[in-house]
Design a protein around this ligand. Structure first.
Ligand SMILES: Cc1cc2nc3c(=O)[nH]c(=O)nc-3n(C[C@H](O)[C@H](O)[C@H](O)COP(=O)(O)OP(=O)(O)OC[C@H]3O[C@@H](n4cnc5c(N)ncnc54)[C@H](O)[C@@H]3O)c2cc1C
Length: 333
């Protein structure tokens, strides 16, 4: 049976830990009970990419479906995982069983079911590279179906699920992981690693870099990168580079350039800037933190201040990467 809790304190269910309450939270432990979920319920996994800005009247569903099934094939490992499994624990499990490929994605908080939603990525890898299919419950047609990788329409921190937040519940993700492992060392501090190298070496390195760089949400509540890295045209980039010669950038196909939102914010000296008890993290300008007593208004005002400052300085409209919810539902900045 699904477990239903009333007047639940949401600071336990999201890593930004604002003191919001939900009228009801259903903990979904089996896909067989998915049909009982109210059509207007908002879904969460680990709440590490979601901020509850105020009390929530609409029902909440917390996905807790477990299970890992590994099958060996000639060229691949086929791994089916329940949406409620913890992402980092899955990465450790696969690595310790000699199934390599996910090591660059270690220590990303949250659940397996949320991983396809924003196509989680880090250190040069996106999870869409390994997703074979996604098992979903369609709340519109009230039926189960499987999405192929192509059906998911993955993009940079994007997918069909992110574009339609109230439609599908992800129940299980099926990964196809090539046995012919290739290390991915093209990004940031991983470039300094030298081959021959094992997946465990990369895993350890990623864990140590992330532990040193990013605030642990259990110590300093946060939701990871608050804004997406903006993508601009080559022409726009050239005009910015003329004014800011050291601006970090990454060339994309289609004559587009990805910029580092953290650099844009840091360059405006906003590290450590606070409104109420919400701050820009002192070391990571892309991460906003709750110093303990932040309110939803503090977070919104701080995010707006950053957005306006960045627009005034560079003519770039930052977009939130985190999902912001108030009593009316999802809001955009
Ligand atoms: C310290 C820190 C570091 C982070 N680093 C990274 C990083 O390097 N790369 C990266 O990509 N992300 C990163 N994140 C963001 C976050 O970890 C990921 O987005 C993660 O996938 C969120 O998982 P979750 O279960 O906590 O999602 P939630 O916050 O619970 O949900 C996120 C979204 O997915 C939807 N959702 C969740 N589960 C389901 C489901 N089963 N079915 C349908 N919809 C669902 C929710 O409705 C919501 O829209 C970081 C976050 C933190 C706090």
């Amino acid at each position: 049976m699904n477990e239903i809790k009333r007047h639940y304190n949401l600071s336990q269910l999201h890593t930004f830990r604002l003191p919001a309450k939900a009228e009801s939270v259903t903990f979904l432990t089996s896909s067989e009970q998915v049909a009982q979920i109210p059509a207007d319920a908002y879904v969460i996994g680990g709440g590490s990419n979601t901020i509850f800005l105020s009390d929530i009247t609409r029902p909440l569903v917390c996905i807790r479906i477990k299970g890992i099934d590994v099958k060996e094939e000639a060229q691949h490992w086929r791994v089916k995982v329940g949406a409620g499994e913890n992402w980092h624990q899955l990465v450790l499990f696969l690595n310790s069983n000699g199934i390599d490929g996910f090591e660059n994605l270690a220590l990303i908080p949250g659940t397996v079911g949320a991983a396809p939603v924003q196509n989680i990525g880090a250190y040069g890898r996106d999870i869409s590279e390994f997703i074979y299919s996604v098992r979903v419950w369609d709340r519109r047609s009230k039926s189960l179906s499987n999405f192929s990788n192509e059906d998911c329409r993955f993009g940079y921190r994007d997918s069909i699920f992110k574009q339609n937040p109230m439609r599908w519940l992800i129940l299980e993700v099926e990964f196809l992981i090539p046995k012919a492992w290739q290390p991915e060392l093209s990004y940031g501090e991983l470039k300094a690693l030298e081959e021959p190298i094992s997946a465990k070496d990369i895993l350890d390195k990623v864990i140590s870099i992330r532990s040193a760089k990013l605030p642990d949400p259990n110590v300093l509540p946060n939701a990871g990168s608050f804004f997406k890295n903006p993508v601009v045209s080559q022409k726009k980039f050239e005009s910015l580079a003329a004014r800011f010669p050291t601006i970090p950038h990454f060339n994309l196909p289609n004559n587009e350039v990805k910029l580092a939102a953290g650099w844009l914010i840091d360059n405006l000296n906003l590290k450590g800037f606070s409104i109420g008890d919400a701050s820009v993290h002192k070391q990571q300008a892309l991460v906003l933190v709750n110093n303990g007593k932040a309110t939803g208004a503090d977070v919104l005002n701080l995010a707006q201040h950053i957005k306006i400052s960045v627009y005034d300085a560079y003519g770039i409209e930052l977009e939130a990467e985190v999902r912001l919810l108030d009593e009316k539902g999802l809001i955009s900045l």
